[in-house]
Design a protein around this ligand. Structure first.
Ligand code: NAP
Length: 288
């Protein structure tokens, strides 16, 4: 029985933010000021917290963070008009629309209205297409953070059997594509997968992005596997927990991410990095 190394997402994210901060400072010394514009529609409390945390991260790395709060009943045309204005503003480097949107707004339509060059979430079909075709571009923040944590674990992904549980456009699918690009042999599981436990047992690398508290049981985890838990759930006692039964899985895995303090902080750190990358690409500045 092993006891897994716990991958400290907070510490790694702090290093990523520090790297971004250094580059932002170097650009500022050349007179280049970078800005991120976050559009928040409605008053979902979780979204408000995420947006506040993004603002704090901007402050820390020296990016100008601007929030555009809009009432929940904002007509789609008004939201699209705001995005159009931001898309045309030469001072705007990154644009992000906080999801989920109120039900009367079509998320697809809204995401497509963001200029791909300023789409720091990497959700625009043009950016997802670049990811799929292996061309350089903005990579969605959470999958980028997952890969960085796998790198921290020291696992060589080439030829490894990786199982991604979840196939959302935001997490599961882009993570699978990034793993494929690193030459892992990737299986993507979802709610219609038969024998999920067996698929997970085969995996040397497990990425869980389901949204169901502790659904991946410890005895599903292969001895020595690396486990990255993207899930953010509340258990029956109201405590934050992941999709993996952490305490049981850590006795079998070689490395595992905790919740909280694993993937969560990485997502915001990579949002900062994506904003820096978009700003440089749009202005024709090479990043060191
Ligand atoms: P999502 O869009 O709801 O997707 C969930 C995926 O899990 C779907 O593909 C679904 O399958 C699959 N699934 C649901 N029940 C399942 C089951 N019983 N067995 C196997 N697969 C099942 O969620 P998401 O946006 O990808 O997010 C997933 C989790 O990650 C959530 O807890 C979310 O809060 C968290 N998250 C965390 C961060 C972070 O920064 N840490 C960022 C984003 C998301 P179908 O496709 O068949 O429905």
């Amino acid at each position: 029985m092993s006891d897994a190394r716990v991958l400290d997402g907070k510490a790694v994210a702090a290093r990523v933010r520090a790297e971004v901060g250094e580059q932002v400072a170097r650009l500022a010394a050349r007179g280049v000021r970078i800005s991120l514009h976050v559009v928040l529609v409605g008053d979902d409390p979780a979204s408000a917290i995420y947006v506040r945390n993004k603002g704090r991260a901007c402050e820390e790395v020296g990016i100008r963070g601007v929030t555009h709060p809009l009432p929940a009943e904002t007509p789609e045309a008004d939201l699209l008009a705001l995005l159009d204005r931001l898309n045309r503003d030469p001072e705007v480097d990154g644009i992000l629309v906080q999801l989920p949107l109120p039900p009367h707004l079509r998320a697809d339509r809204v995401i497509e209205a963001v200029d791909p060059a300023r789409d720091v979430d990497g959700f625009h079909p043009a950016n997802l297409g670049r990811l799929l075709s292996g061309r350089p571009g903005v990579v969605p923040c959470t999958p980028a953070g997952v890969l960085r944590l796998l790198d921290e674990s020291g696992v060589d992904l080439k030829g490894r059997r990786a199982v991604v549980v979840g196939r959302s456009l935001i997490v599961g699918k882009p993570t699978a594509i990034l793993l494929l690009a690193r030459h892992a042999t990737v299986t993507v599981c979802h709610s219609r997968t038969l024998d999920l436990a067996e698929r997970v047992r085969e995996a040397e690398v497990v990425v869980a992005a389901i949204g169901k508290a502790r659904m991946i049981r410890g005895d599903w985890v292969r001895e020595g596997a690396v486990v990255v838990d993207v899930g953010m759930n509340r258990d029956e006692a109201g405590r934050l927990c992941g999709d993996v039964d952490f305490e049981a899985a850590r006795t079998r895995a070689s490395a595992i991410t905790p919740v909280p303090g694993g993937v969560g902080p990485m997502t915001i750190a990579f949002l900062m990095r994506n904003t820096l990358q978009a700003a440089c690409a749009r202005r024709g500045i090479a990043l060191d």
